[in-house]
Design a protein around this ligand. Structure first.
Ligand SMILES: NC(=O)c1ccc[n+]([C@@H]2O[C@H](COP(=O)([O-])OP(=O)(O)OC[C@H]3O[C@@H](n4cnc5c(N)ncnc54)[C@H](OP(=O)(O)O)[C@@H]3O)[C@@H](O)[C@H]2O)c1
Length: 374
C-alpha cells in the first residue's frame, strides 16, 4: 500500500563502538513484500544499552547500523502482502527477528545479530537498522497489533488510560514471560526469581504474579530494591543473596518448597552463590529457567539433579505465539502498566539525548522505564 512517507528521516547511527553515536539524515525506508514501514513513537532503552554500544558487552552487530530495541509505533506503510496490518495502526515492534526459512536464525533488532551465520546475514542486510529512528522497516510478523482503544483510551470509555511510553514496559515483561511459560509455570506455584532487582528480573516478579504464582520469592543483593518489590503484593517474599550458599538455601526452603527457579543473571553474576541456593530449594521435579547472559561454565551436582527429577531449560526471548498470549494479560488488566501499577517513565529522550538516555537507564530503579522517542 502506498503512503506519504517523507523522503528523508532522522536516525541514530553507530559507526563504531569507539566513537559516539551520531544522529543523521537517511532516505526513508520504503515498504516491500513481507514488511511494513513504521513511524516509531517510543523505543525501549535497556539498562545496559551503554555497555552494548560501547563494546563492553561484545555483542555482535554489523557496523554501521541503527541501534534500537522493542518499540511502540504506528504503521506508516505496508508491503503488498500485508493481510491485516494497515497504515495508522498502533503496533508493538518486537525486536526478535527470525529467518523465515530458518527460525533458529535469530537477531535482536538494534542489539545483536545472534550467533549463527543466518543471523549475521539477516542483520547485515535486510534488517540492519532498528528503532532509534523516526521510521523503521520491520517484518510484518514483528508488527504486533495493539488494541489502541483499550490501551490508550480513557478509563471513562473503557480504556486503560496508558501512555505510549507506558506500553514500552511490555518489552521487559515479555522476556520473562517467555521463560516462565516455557517451563509451564502454573497458577498456585512458588517461584524463585533471581536476581530480582534488575530491569528484567523485577519484571519477572510481576509477570509471575500475573501468571498466578501463589508465592514469588525475589532474591537479590540490593536490600532497598528487595523491600520495594515486597510492597508489590503480599504474595512476594524476599531473600537476600548473602554469599552464604547454604544459609540462603535454608532461607528459601523456609518459604518453599519452590516449584520453579527463574534465573536472569547478567554476565557479572557468573560467580554468584544464588544458583546453587535456589536449585537446592526446589522440590522434587522442580523446573529451572535460564534466561540470563552468563558467559561461563556452571557446575551442579549431577546425582542430585537425577534423584530429584529436576529439569532445566534455556530460553532466548519468546515465541510469536507467546507474545499474543502475553498481550491478553495486558489487555485484560491482569498485568497492569503505568503509574497505577507503580511503574514510571523516568526518562523520555529525543535521538540527540541518547547518551543521557543510556545513563538514565543504567541507574533506573526496578519500577522505572526509559525510552527514546524519535
Ligand atoms: N534470555 C533472554 O532473552 C534475555 C533477554 C534480556 C536480557 N537477558 C539477560 O538478562 C540479564 C539481566 O537483565 P536485567 O535487565 O535484569 O539486568 P540489569 O537491570 O542490569 O540488572 C542486573 C541484575 O543483576 C544483579 N547482579 C549484578 N551483579 C551481580 C552479582 N555479582 N551477583 C548477583 N547479582 C548480581 C543486579 O543486582 P544488584 O542490584 O545487586 O547489582 C541486578 O539485579 C542481562 O544482562 C541479559 O544478559 C536475557
Amino acid at each position: 500500500m502506498t503512503s506519504q512517507l517523507p523522503e528523508t528521516h532522522r536516525a541514530l547511527q553507530l559507526i563504531s563502538t569507539e566513537e559516539p553515536l551520531q544522529v543523521k539524515s537517511f532516505q526513508t525506508p520504503q515498504p516491500g513484500p513481507g514488511n511494513a514501514v513504521v513511524r516509531v513513537l517510543a523505543a525501549n532503552v535497556i539498562s545496559y544499552s551503554g555497555e552494548v554500544y560501547n563494546g563492553k558487552r561484545q555483542y555482535p552487530f554489523p557496523r554501521p547500523f541503527v541501534p534500537g530495541s522493542t518499540a511502540i509505533g504506528r504503521i506508516a506503510a505496508v508491503g503488498p502482502d500485508a493481510t491485516t496490518l494497515t497504515p495508522g495502526q498502533l503496533v508493538l515492534l518486537d525486536c526478535t527477528i527470525r529467518g523465515r526459512d530458518d527460525p533458529t536464525a535469530i537477531i535482536l533488532s538494534g542489539i545483536a545479530q545472534g550467533f549463527t551465520e543466518g543471523g549475521r546475514k539477516l542483520m547485515s542486510g535486510e534488517w540492519r537498522n532498528s528503532t532509534y529512528a523516526e521510521y523503521t522497516k520491520f517484518p510484518l510478523e514483528n508488527c504486533i497489533p495493539l488494541n489502541e482503544q483499550r490501551l490508550l483510551g480513557s478509563p471513562s470509555a473503557g480504556g486503560m488510560g496508558y501512555s505510549v511510553e507506558d506500553l514500552c514496559q511490555i518489552s521487559r515483561f515479555l522476556v520473562s514471560y517467555g521463560g516462565l511459560d516455557d517451563i509451564g509455570l502454573k497458577p498456585g506455584e512458588t517461584v524463585i526469581v533471581a536476581p530480582a532487582t534488575g530491569q528484567f528480573g523485577s519484571g519477572a516478579v510481576r509477570v509471575a504474579l500475573a501468571m498466578g504464582a501463589s508465592r514469588v520469592i525475589a532474591m537479590g543483593r540490593n536490600e532497598a530494591a528487595l523491600k520495594q518489590l515486597s510492597t508489590l503484593n503480599d504474595r512476594v517474599a524476599t531473600v537476600k543473596i548473602t554469599g552464604d550458599e547454604k544459609a540462603d538455601a535454608e532461607a528459601l526452603k523456609k518459604l518453599g518448597p519452590a516449584d520453579v527457579f527463574f534465573d536472569i543473571s547478567p554476565p557479572m553474576a557468573a560467580g554468584s552463590t544464588h544458583f546453587k541456593s535456589a536449585i537446592a530449594a526446589l522440590r522434587h521435579s522442580g523446573r529451572i529457567s535460564l534466561m540470563g547472559g552468563v558467559q561461563a561454565d556452571m557446575s551442579f551436582f549431577y546425582i542430585d539433579f537425577m534423584h530429584r527429577n529436576l529439569s532445566m531449560k534455556g530460553t532466548w526471548m519468546y515465541s510469536r505465539a507467546q507474545i499474543f498470549n502475553f498481550i491478553k494479560l495486558i489487555d485484560s488488566g491482569i498485568l497492569p502498566l503505568g503509574e497505577k501499577a507503580g511503574l514510571t517513565v523516568s526518562g523520555k529522550f529525543g535521538l540527540e539525548g541518547w547518551q543521557e538516555a543510556f545513563e538514565t537507564a543504567s541507574k533506573a530503579g526496578t519500577d522505572e522505564t526509559v525510552v527514546i522517542a524519535p
